[in-house]
Design a protein around this ligand. Structure first.
Ligand SMILES: Cc1cc2nc3c(=O)[nH]c(=O)nc-3n(C[C@H](O)[C@H](O)[C@H](O)COP(=O)(O)OP(=O)(O)OC[C@H]3O[C@@H](n4cnc5c(N)ncnc54)[C@H](O)[C@@H]3O)c2cc1C
Length: 467
């Protein structure tokens, strides 16, 4: 086997595998090391893909059970087969991870199975089943991703006290599920189990959910989730999570009143964030520096403190999102091939795949206020969108923020049906420096949800047609 490469990428997640494919496309002799036994990283194995599979399946079940009969579609008996649902999810994962393996073969990327260790700036050692293989390389890319964090003193056992990984594989429906943390992962998983029949309570330290999101959207999102049956305990600090007989007890304190409460449940999902994963890479020995949060420090070319070692994805600063990791993977490959690789961090969309979805790109209103930027707001509710109306999906609205002077779009925030797909139009518009007027003058097909975007753009100039 070849043991001399132009680039070795450690980690086969969306950052690493995309970087590997692009590097090989550009003629670099490329290897990718992955230790989990399957390519695709957190995203394909225990992240984006399995969660979206369960979100889709649970939404179908919920609609069939609660909504279809009102629409004239009647069933005599609807049953939930959780084993079949899980095997459907697992099949999707398998097909997609094998697909990445196929892409490696097609692009002539060498797939090194095992744990990669950076021995020196030009040597990578791969350990697998007690065997050790050494490789020489001109460049190294660290793409080792992230792992879930817990709270002090709370141990995740992935059975009763779980991270998102455990919550993707419950074999029965928990009667009571407590989700600690009101971020997107907790709310997506909470929605899945709520739709399948769990009573879900979200305990969040802050007095709002989805930190970092435009607050108006976040407040609307909370209202919709409450309407769907999710219970929130905001502004509460979890002190302990204890197992007691077959139950789990969560102890928490109200930040305002200092009132202490206990909550007994079947399962607890800890979703309080993720931390960069760099264990066993030997980075400090070879001089790769990290910041106070354990993220690998990189410059604007994604280069670490060691010149020929790069880092991308969840292991560095920025939103922990698969598409951000992919963009960085492509940028590094292009930089290594002598091109001008670049990531526009101002235009990274974020989507929460609940029902309705939430999708955002660019600045929030709170950020613009902090920057003292003068801006205009255009909003349009899905209640006034004909397609949303006929489909009985009228919750939510589109909000466009544009520069007061230039009309340039600065941020778009949507809560509503299919907005996870709709946000791509706004990301493209922002990449091209579009104004609200540009969007308002673009013909949008009727009847589509995207007409709500056009109307919100018109509303920036106070001239929506249908509202
Ligand atoms: C439940 C959940 C849902 C999510 N949903 C979304 C979503 O809908 N959209 C979205 O954009 N993002 C989502 N994310 C986040 C997304 O999964 C991550 O941002 C993305 O996977 C990061 O990619 P990465 O390549 O940096 O790292 P990872 O995907 O974590 O991949 C890193 C890989 O490196 C391997 N590795 C680590 N150390 C070594 C070593 N020494 N040697 C060899 N291999 C090693 C690991 O095994 C892993 O496979 C979700 C995450 C979770 C947990």
């Amino acid at each position: 086997m070849e043991n001399n490469f132009d680039v070795i990428i450690i980690g086969g997640g969306p950052g690493g595998y995309v970087c590997a494919i692009r590097s090989a496309q550009l003629g670099l002799k490329t290897a990718c090391v992955e230790s989990r036994g399957a390519l695709g990283g957190t995203c394909l194995n225990v992240g984006c893909i399995p969660s979206k599979s369960l979100l889709n399946l649970s939404e179908n079940y919920h609609k069939a059970k609660k909504e279809f009969s009102n629409q004239g579609i009647e069933f005599s008996d609807i049953k939930l087969n959780i084993d079949k649902m899980m095997s459907n999810k697992n099949k999707s994962i398998q097909v997609l991870t094998k697909g990445v393996e196929f892409l490696f073969k097609k692009n002539k990327v060498t797939y090194l199975k095992g744990k990669g260790v950076v021995f020196s700036e030009t040597d990578v050692v791969v350990y697998e089943n007690g065997k050790k293989n050494s490789y020489k390389t001109k460049n190294i890319v660290i793409a080792t991703g992230s792992s879930p964090t817990s709270l002090p003193g709370i141990e995740i056992d992935e059975k009763d006290i779980v991270s998102s990984t455990g919550a993707l594989s419950f074999s029965t429906i928990p009667k009571d599920l407590v989700v600690i943390g009101g971020g997107y992962i907790g709310l997506e998983m909470g929605s899945v189990w709520s739709r399948l029949g769990s009573k879900v309570t979200v305990i969040e330290y802050l007095d709002f959910i989805t930190p970092g999101m435009d607050r108006e959207i976040s407040n609307e999102f909370k209202k919709i989730l409450i309407k769907q049956g999710i219970n929130f305990k905001l502004n509460n600090k979890v002190n302990a999570v204890k197992k007691l007989n077959n139950k789990v007890v969560v102890e928490f304190t109200d930040n305002q009143t200092s009132k202490k409460e206990k909550f007994e449940c079947d399962k607890v999902l800890i979703s309080v964030g993720r931390k960069p994963y760099t264990e066993g890479l030997n980075l400090s020995k070879i001089g790769v520096k990290k910041d106070e949060k354990g993220r690998i420090k990189v410059n604007e070319k994604l280069q670490t403190s060691v010149k020929n070692i790069y880092a991308i994805g969840d292991v560095i600063n920025g939103p922990m999102l698969a598409h951000k990791a992919e963009e960085e993977g492509i940028a590094v490959a292009e930089i290594l091939a002598g091109q001008a690789g670049h990531v526009n961090y101002d235009v990274i969309p974020g989507v929460i795949y609940t029902s309705p979805e939430v999708a955002t790109v660019g600045k929030t209103e709170e950020e613009l206020k902090l920057e003292k930027k003068a801006y205009k707001v255009g909003k349009f509710p899905f209640l006034a969108n004909s397609r949303a109306k006929v489909n009985n999906e009228t919750d939510g609205f589109v909000k466009i923020l544009a520069d007061s002077k230039t009309d340039k779009v600065l941020g778009v925030h949507i809560i509503g049906p299919h907005c996870g797909d709709m946000i791509a139009e706004m990301a493209l518009a922002m990449e091209f420096g579009a104004s609200a007027e540009d969007i308002a003058r673009t013909c949008h097909a009727h009847p589509t949800h995207t007409e709500a975007i056009k109307e919100a753009a018109l509303a920036v100039d106070k001239r929506p047609i249908h509202f």
